[in-house]
Design a protein around this ligand. Structure first.
Ligand code: G6P
Length: 348
């Protein structure tokens, strides 16, 4: 069952392995729930502004959604739930609350405030009958099944799948590319696991690591950095690669680990950033989806395949999660129960 280890050494690795099925079930489940999905998309389409509210990993999924819509000219404001006081909402705004558990207090309080300000509330949660969905005008669900590991894995990948579907509907895109979602996640897992283990083992001995990317890869870099912090206790930062020259590069010296996350956009710029890092003798790693950076240096690059570039965030989820998993394993920490963290934070 979903709540027993079934021979796996941790829930985290079991749940990463469940992620492609979870994405598939999420996308098909949402399509079957067409009345609610239609209501949500219609409301989002008519919204003056779309406010996205979430915490932690769910916030990173929200940023991917935001990036897709912002690029298409929509007005979207991603808001960290505990900071929602910085943005006032109104009656013409639609708020999308994303929460795996549906019980995160910061997200629930933001929802209540925005509802009181007259906004229409859509939620995307992974459980049924949770508080956040009960306060929503439309409640949508990912179908990842129970997640026991404290660090979100399959639920994140499922959120990304759900939000790709929702953004494609909003943008009037053909949905055929999503048929490959499951396959892209599972083949990325198989293709990247060896390299992810190597990266995880190498960085397990480091004090600090950077994750650099561009565009829609930036939230993926943020999620990679969060995962390694959460379960391997390694200091990490995520930056847009171009921004790394405005400060972060000061820390880069011989063997400083820098993981490049390449979604196939702006590859030339990424290649230049990679060169800058390597000229400072950084220990660089490259994970690419669909399109290679093809550096002329010795750096090892792994290419995971995508049938469509829009699937790149889905393809990049397994290697980022696996890096954190193997780093934790190498350090001998329990990836399922990281210190100081709770699966669901029901206090403010
Ligand atoms: C906690 C968990 C994180 C999670 C965040 C938001 O901090 O440790 O893994 O991303 O809550 O949780 P939610 O259930 O709202 O997605």
């Amino acid at each position: 069952s979903a709540t027993s280890l079934q021979g796996y050494e941790s829930f985290m690795i079991k749940e990463i392995r469940e992620s492609w099925g979870a994405v598939k079930d999420t996308i098909s489940g949402l399509m079957e729930d067409s009345a609610n999905l239609g209501k949500a998309v219609k409301a989002l389409d008519k919204a003056r502004r779309i406010l996205i509210v979430a915490a932690g990993t769910s916030y990173h999924a929200g940023l991917i959604f935001a990036t897709r819509l912002l690029r298409a000219g929509k007005t979207v404001i991603p808001i960290i739930a505990s900071e929602h006081d910085t943005v006032k909402s109104g009656q013409d705004d639609v708020v999308l609350v994303i929460s795996q558990s549906g019980e995160t207090m910061d997200s629930l309080l933001a929802l209540k405030d925005y509802k009181a300000q007259g906004s229409f509330i859509i939620s995307l949660t992974n459980t049924l009958g949770n508080s956040i969905s009960s306060y929503s005008n439309v409640s949508l669900h990912t179908r990842a099944g129970p997640e026991i590991g404290v660090a979100a894995t399959k639920t994140f990948t499922s959120q990304v799948g759900a939000l790709l579907l929702m953004s494609s509907l909003l943008l009037g895109e053909n949905l055929d590319y999503l048929k490959e979602a499951e396959n892209v996640v599972s083949s990325s897992f198989s293709k990247s696991i060896g390299y992810a283990e190597k990266i995880g083992i190498e960085i397990s001995r480091k004090q600090s690591v950077y994750y650099l990317s561009k565009g829609i890869g930036v939230p993926m870099a943020m999620e990679g950095a969060l995962k390694i912090k959460e379960i391997a206790y390694i200091h990490s930062e995520a930056y847009p690669a171009g921004e790394s020259k405005h400060g972060p590069i000061a820390l880069v010296e011989r063997d400083f680990p820098v993981i490049f996350i390449n979604t196939g956009e702006h590859v030339e710029e990424l290649r230049n950033n990679l060169k800058e890092m390597e000229s400072r003798k950084a220990r660089a790693y490259v994970i690419s989806a669909g399109v290679e950076i093809k550096s002329d240096t010795e750096v090892k690059e792994i290419l995971v395949n995508v049938s469509d570039q829009r699937l790149a965030p889905l393809a990049l989820a397994p290697p980022l999660q696996l890096i954190a998993y193997y780093a934790a394993k190498e350090r001998g920490t329990n990836p399922d129960r990281p210190r100081n963290l709770a699966k669901t934070v029901t206090v403010r």
